[in-house]
Design a protein around this ligand. Structure first.
Ligand code: ATP
Length: 437
């Protein structure tokens, strides 16, 4: 894990928020490469689960909502972590994260658990008298329930259908830890899928299959993924059944995504609290009902972390000197997720190769994210690109001027092929998109 954290900082994937002020616990900044990786991940999710599906539409709702939303949803009363304090070292822990009944840091005696609401409070309004307390949302899905009627009546969708949203969520986590795995500000990718009660099991199964497949398509190692079924007695207040997809991180198994059957809980609560009818009217059957909800809820940051951990490889490779090897650090991102898709590297700057290279890079940049580098030994330039997971390196050499060809080096096999310069865009573009699926 330390190696991954250090690579993320060194190469501008992720660093601490407010670093020059000593940092702030539980908040992280995605740097130039990290933002590309995370954006590719979210775009992939949106492409697969929204744009490619006829039965799902999108939403981008406000982060701050009416305070009554959180009363209706049950968060004001129920969104608690049970906390215990160590009587000796005063460290604070979530009771459900402890393995024994003593302090994991010093072995001291622990206090009785106390409830702590993990929503982040904020105040809205300009004067002290008129300002109201509300919360930064702890999950993105409540807006989907609150806007349910607006969405289905304006988009002519019919049950079964889903509403998807990607956005920031905030939780005042007691112990933010494990890098971006548990933070106080994070991004969720959620779908509320509305169906008839009698079809809930079939849809739950279908969603299990679909989300599992998505992780495989991202290139995660199947042996590092597993399902965890929540026992009935520890289900959240709204859930009839929850299963999590877990990933085997360097610090142990951790949840990437929850799949929950929320039943009719949320729409019923919002109907009761707002006084507005949130039933779905089925025009063909002439009946109104509150649909059942199946919810896949994934974390973009945790998925990013799993992708980073899964991609990290160290390999011993031969150097130019006979019999010597060196360690190659390579991030084996799936080409679709890689922050930079191709690097253009003229073997030498002279003989017009730099100019041809820059022109090629400008052309490719219109289609996907590229990088141009002409300085230093070619081997070192390849290594720099390996370390940030660039799947293709295009090298311009002495043959380029003779016959308008370049070599393309594959990051994982390190093999090179020679192709015509005007075929490069299609060759790389197809391999870095869903076009070849
Ligand atoms: P945990 O038990 O790990 O606290 P949770 O079960 O409370 O997580 P959910 O409420 O199911 O999490 O949230 C759905 C998804 O949102 C999680 O699977 C995870 O990917 C992401 N998520 C939740 N809390 C955090 C956090 N503090 N930091 C980063 N991602 C989070």
């Amino acid at each position: 894990m330390e190696k991954i954290v250090s690579l993320c900082k060194r190469r501008g994937f992720i660093f601490q928020s407010s670093g020059i002020y000593g940092g702030i616990n539980g908040c992280w900044d995605f740097g130039p490469l990290g933002v590309e990786l995370k954006r590719n991940l979210k775009d992939d999710w949106w492409y697969v689960f929204v744009q490619q599906r006829e039965d799902i539409v999108g939403l981008d709702a406000s982060i701050i909502m009416h305070p009554d939303v959180w009363v209706a949803s049950g968060h004001v009363a129920e969104f608690h972590d049970m906390l215990v304090d160590c009587k000796e070292c005063k460290h604070r822990f979530r009771e459900d994260h402890l393995e024994g009944d003593r302090c994991p840091d010093c072995g001291g005696e622990l206090t009785e658990p106390k409830a702590f609401n993990s929503m982040l409070k904020t105040r809205l309004g300009v004067s002290d008298e008129s300002a109201v307390d509300t919360y930064l949302r702890p999950e993105t899905c409540q807006a989907i329930f609150v806007d349910f009627k607006e969405v289905y009546s304006s988009s002519r969708t019919k049950v079964p259908f889903g509403i998807a949203q990607i956005g920031k969520s905030f939780r005042n986590e007691v112990n933010p830890r494990n890098f971006i795995f548990r933070s106080r500000e994070f991004e969720q990718m959620e779908i509320e899928f509305f169906c008839k009660a009698e079809e809930e099991e079939a849809w739950f199964d279908r969603w299990q299959r679909d989300i599992w497949q998505w992780y495989l398509d991202l290139g995660l190692t199947e042996g590092k993924l597993r399902w965890y079924e929540h026992p009935k007695e520890s289900l959240s207040h709204y859930s009839k059944r929850t299963v999590d997809v877990e990933y085997d991180f360097p610090f142990g198994w951790g949840e990437l995504q929850g799949l929950a059957n929320r039943g009719t809980y949320d729409l019923t609560q919002h109907t009761n609290h707002s006084g507005k009818d949130l039933k779905f009217f089925d025009q063909e059957a002439h009946e109104s009902y509150i649909p059942t909800v199946i919810e896949p809820s994934a974390g973009a940051d945790r998925t990013c972390l799993a992708v980073l951990c899964d991609a990290y490889c160290e390999e011993e490779v031969p150097t130019a000197k006979e019999g010597e090897t060196e360690t190659r650090i390579v991030m084996k991102f799936s080409p679709r997720l890689a922050p930079i898709k191709a690097a253009v590297l003229p073997l030498v700057k002279k003989d017009g190769l730099a100019e041809i290279g820059q022109e090629l890079e400008r052309k490719l940049r219109k289609k996907f994210n590229t990088f141009y580098d002409q300085s230093g030994a070619i081997g070192r330039r390849y290594r720099r690109m390996d370390e940030v997971g660039t799947p293709y390196c295009i090298c311009l050499d002495y043959e380029t001027k003779e016959n308008e060809t370049v070599t393309i080096r594959d990051r994982d096999t390190m093999e090179q092929i020679r192709i015509k310069m005007d075929e490069v865009a299609d060759y790389i573009g197809q391999r870095c998109s869903h076009e070849r699926d």
